[in-house]
Design a protein around this ligand. Structure first.
Ligand SMILES: Cc1cc2nc3c(=O)[nH]c(=O)nc-3n(C[C@H](O)[C@H](O)[C@H](O)COP(=O)(O)O)c2cc1C
Length: 138
């Protein structure tokens, strides 16, 4: 069985949500992810990206390395990086949502997620992304 893992991070960017640049980025991500059997979800809001990327360890590490060097964003902060038993975003080459769909900052505040509690924060971000992908149960 292939070993699965995930990479969850937050980064900063001046790229406007739903811009041509964002559409190009998502098209590129979905194409490569499809080829490498990676899945996940990206939320883009107020100068921040929140992304969960998952799949077989080797391609995941390859893309995580590229991501960290990508000049389209900066200040990449790892929230969670670990092996996992099964995919959380099966069928999603890369989902995309913005504040126009739902604000993650408001969602985290509404759910009492404390940003200084690293584990709770990572779990909260995953729950939010799962909810955006239509599978809210965690
Ligand atoms: C916020 C953000 C999310 C990205 N997500 C992915 C992704 O899910 N999959 C992917 O292959 N590339 C993603 N990329 C693009 C990679 O950083 C990289 O440009 C791409 O893999 C192509 O690599 P190359 O530029 O070395 O050809 C993302 C970039 C940014 C800025």
């Amino acid at each position: 069985m292939t070993e699965l893992a995930h990479f969850l991070y937050r980064s900063e960017s001046e790229m406007p949500p739903n811009s041509d640049a964002a559409r190009d980025l998502m098209a590129q991500a979905a194409r490569i992810n499809g080829e490498l059997h990676l899945t996940g979800f990206l939320h883009h809001e107020d100068g921040f990206f929140f992304q969960w990327l998952e799949g077989p360890l080797e391609p995941l590490d390859l893309i995580a390395g590229r991501l960290m060097r990508d000049p389209r964003h900066y200040g990449v902060t790892t929230l969670s990086r670990d092996q996992q038993a099964e995919r959380r975003f099966n069928g999603w080459d890369m989902g995309y949502s913005t504040r126009a769909d739902r604000s993650i900052l408001a969602w985290l505040a509404d759910h009492g997620v404390a940003p200084w509690d690293r584990r709770a924060y990572a779990a909260g971000v995953l729950s939010f992304l799962r909810e955006r992908s239509g599978q809210p149960e965690g």
